[in-house]
Design a protein around this ligand. Structure first.
Ligand SMILES: Cc1cc2nc3c(=O)[nH]c(=O)nc-3n(C[C@H](O)[C@H](O)[C@H](O)COP(=O)(O)OP(=O)(O)OC[C@H]3O[C@@H](n4cnc5c(N)ncnc54)[C@H](O)[C@@H]3O)c2cc1C
Length: 176
């Protein structure tokens, strides 16, 4: 049986270096990983908006959050707000994280739907992320103290080119 031994990744943007970093982290002893990047063909330099699973990605790599924030000029993000959503003047925020508290096997939204939602009883009323974002508050808090409720769930905005650079240094350090 033949196994894959050599991987070539073409492109040194965030996709390329994220792939290289994770493969190097998990398979550096069994794979030869080569990344080809070009000085002539530019990277699209954008501010990357992410969702919370990026935290898992960084933690599998063992990248410390403070180091990541400094290196990529990241800011914290609690949700995504859509202006003029549905109609002009409307505003909808999709906040990250848990909403309310599940009741046994019943997810919270089923319970909420059975309670005749009103303005003051909106779904987002039960989202800590939504409430904190609206008040522009933030703290890294995984669990609310003395309550069976999750804390805040965050993601980041950061400079994609700086993230690629961080992952390039990380990947190069993984060489056996
Ligand atoms: C305005 C804008 C906003 C965006 N906002 C977001 C966002 O908020 N969140 C999000 O997830 N995504 C966003 N995107 C998409 C974003 O571009 C990608 O998520 C990500 O940055 C792309 O990474 P990439 O590695 O695929 O591409 P790039 O970062 O462009 O990297 C491609 C790399 O391939 C190299 N390359 C190309 N051809 C060759 C070749 N023949 N040989 C060698 N190297 C080659 C280039 O040099 C470059 O380094 C946005 C895009 C734009 C344009």
């Amino acid at each position: 049986m033949s196994y894959i031994k050599n991987i070539v990744i073409v492109g040194g943007g965030t996709s390329g270096w994220m792939t290289a970093a994770m493969l190097a982290r998990l398979f550096k002893s069994t794979l030869n990983i080569t990344l080809i990047e070009s000085k002539e063909i530019g990277t699209i330099g954008v501010g990357e908006a992410t969702i919370p699973p990026l935290q898992i990605f960084n933690s599998v790599l063992g990248i410390n959050e403070s180091d990541f924030i400094k290196a990529t000029q990241a800011t914290f993000k609690l949700g995504i707000q859509f202006e003029n959503w549905g109609k002009q003047g409307d505003c909808y925020m999709h906040a990250f994280g848990n909403v309310g508290k599940d009741l046994g096997f019943t997810p919270f939204h089923h319970y909420w739907l059975s309670t005749s939602p009103t303005e003051t009883n909106s779904f987002w009323h039960y989202s800590l992320n939504f409430q904190a974002a609206k008040k522009q508050k933030f703290q890294v808090i995984g669990q609310l103290p003395n309550a069976p409720l999750a804390g805040l769930t965050h993601a980041y905005h950061f400079d994609a080119a700086l993230y690629a650079q961080l992952l390039r240094s990380y990947s190069e350090r993984q060489k056996c």
